[in-house]
Write a protein that binds this ligand. Structure first.
Ligand SMILES: [Zn+2]
Length: 390
């Protein structure tokens, strides 16, 4: 009647201040750590020095191999792989990803490539555009330490890579690519700016809802998503208002982690499908694109996913009506209000989308995420939906 796989990181270490355990955790994976930093900020504000000392104290040599300042492209991954090969990275070594989604994706892709020599570029492994090669050898062990409080990429099995020709974002994906150890210290996110907190928070919320109502939804990820949404909905505005709030930061970091585990096992839907195209063709940051598309996604799926939407409402909101239709509508109204409170633009033109881009956006929205959407849409309907939001 029911069969499924469930994949998750081997070890999750979660807690305020627990970055101090990085040294021993790293030492359990190797003696040399190749670091992918998500920004120079960590180096400037002293956080990196503290972590590097922590590694050295546990006899782990930290080597900064890359700084991911934007979502990685093919050259970023291939360059890092070259560096890792020059250093003879292999047994006794591991990769440490320290940052947001971009750092996670770059580290995941490079640690897989360095161990899988049957392709000459990450392009060969990308879904839809490459040679269709698969990751067959275990990647270098990866320790993922998210610092932006919200993409969940620390718990997923894919890395999203930007391709210039054709302009798309595609994934290299393998169950072997799930990070071995995930260390989440919500305190690392206290200095994340309010806007980033809002967008990454809405990304996590979108991931929780889309994975829960996904065509490929499964029981364990659904349980995680349900819990994640009960944490995130009341906390996201608090985290934006007061970045130092420990309860809000903990709730959002936990919700993001759960969203990553949920999406890696279930899939996503409409909002993530369109968000990928908005990133490629209009340079809209991923979390903002998700936040803008979530209200549309909810309405698109309102009929076919009424029951799961009602379940999400009952778990995470107060005074929810017994009727499923009314409960689903309450969740949609709540998300609308959240978007307004966080100043999420409601029109695509506000983020620079022009009407002559609609064709590209429609075509670019197709792919892995859209395939998980509860309701199947044809191109004409998708175009009409985006046009209405222009
Ligand atoms: Zn996302």
């Amino acid at each position: 009647m029911l069969d499924y796989d469930f994949l998750a990181p081997q070890r999750i270490v979660f807690g305020w201040g627990r970055r101090r355990e990085l040294g021993p955790l790293g030492r359990s994976l190797g003696q040399r750590a190749f670091i992918v930093l998500g920004s120079r900020t960590l180096q400037r504000n002293g956080a990196w020095d503290e972590l590097a000392k922590n590694l050295r104290d546990s006899a782990v040599e930290p080597i900064v191999a890359a700084v991911a300042t934007r979502e990685p492209d093919i050259a970023d991954v291939d360059n890092l792989v070259t560096i890792l090969r020059q250093e003879n990275a292999g047994s006794g070594d591991f990769v440490l990803a320290l940052g947001g989604g971009a750092a996670m994706d770059l580290a995941k892709a490079a640690s897989a490539l360095v161990a899988n020599r049957h392709g000459s570029s990450v392009r060969d492994f990308l879904e839809g555009v490459g040679k269709g090669l698969h990751v067959s050898e275990p990647p270098l062990p990866l320790l993922a330490m998210p610092t932006t409080g919200g993409t969940g990429a620390e718990a997923t099995k894919n890395a999203v890579i930007s391709v210039a020709d054709p302009p798309v974002k595609k994934s290299i994906r393998s169950p072997l690519m799930i990070p071995r150890v995930v260390l989440v210290d919500p305190e690392l996110a206290v200095s994340v700016p309010a806007t980033t907190t809002a967008w990454t928070g809405m990304d996590a919320i979108t991931q929780l809802i889309e994975s829960y109502i996904c065509r490929f939804a499964k029981p364990i990820p659904q349980a995680l998503a349900l819990h994640g949404l009960t944490l995130a909905l009341p906390a996201v505005c608090d985290a934006v208002r007061d970045g130092t709030s420990r309860p809000a930061r903990e709730a959002m970091a936990h919700a993001a982690l759960l969203s990553g585990m949920a999406l890696a096992n279930s899939g996503l839907g409409f909002a993530h499908g369109v968000a990928a195209a908005l990133g490629v063709f209009a340079d809209v940051p991923h979390g903002l694109a998700c936040a803008m598309m979530l209200p549309v996604a909810l309405r698109v799926n309102r009929e076919v996913a009424c029951k799961p939407l009602a379940e999400l409402a009952r778990a995470s909101l107060a005074e929810v009506p017994a009727n499923d239709n009314a409960a689903a509508d309450l969740l949609i109204e709540h998300i609308d209000a959240l978007c307004r409170a966080l100043n999420v633009p409601s029109r695509l033109s506000q983020v620079g989308v022009r009407s002559n881009q609609l064709g590209d956006l429609v075509r670019g929205s197709r792919g892995n995420s859209m395939n998980g959407n509860p309701r199947q849409l044809d191109e004409a309907e998708l175009r009409r939906l985006l046009e209405e939001r222009l």
